[in-house]
Design a protein. Structure first.
Length: 150
């Protein structure tokens, strides 16, 4: 799987968004405002970080020499995987799916339901919770009202 295939596959996940919050060299994919994978664009071969169940993470590291503890991540819960390294594409897709599923399970129930139902395709930034009510302004204290402050 090359970088273009990786990006295309990540964007097929319901509610997935992409961005570069850590600079132009790191592409991050989120669902509901939480990262499920990120990839370094300036490394050859490109490396992606994927969330992973701790037991499965150890198993994958033993099975594939291209899977390492997460670089700059919690090494118990994240793996760094080399793209274009000989791991079959089907196996890489399973790793991406697993990471996505782990993150979706941590989302608020309303957001999780929206993601799993496939709507909305693109959740708003932040938590991904769509709000229909305006946010209430905090009430001013009586002292602040007398002094003309907000």
């Amino acid at each position: 799987m090359d970088l273009a295939d990786f990006r295309e596959y990540c964007l097929t996940k319901p509610g997935a968004t992409e961005g570069t919050p850590f600079g132009e060299t790191v592409l991050v994919f989120k669902v509901g405002g939480k990262m499920f994978t990120l990839v370094s664009l300036d490394e050859v071969p490109a490396r992606m970080n994927l969330k992973c169940d701790p037991d499965l993470a150890l198993e994958l590291r033993d099975r594939f020499e291209q899977v390492h503890p997460g670089y700059h991540m919690n090494k118990k819960h994240w793996n760094t995987v080399e793209l274009e390294s000989g791991i079959p594409d089907a196996e890489l897709r399973k790793m991406i799916d697993h990471s996505f599923d782990l993150i979706v399970k941590t989302l608020p129930k309303a957001v999780e339901a929206a993601v799993l139902s496939g709507r909305p395709k693109k959740l708003p930034p932040g938590t991904g919770v769509a709000t229909t009510k305006p946010v209430a302004r905090p009430r001013r204290s009586p002292t602040a009202r007398r002094r003309g402050r907000r």
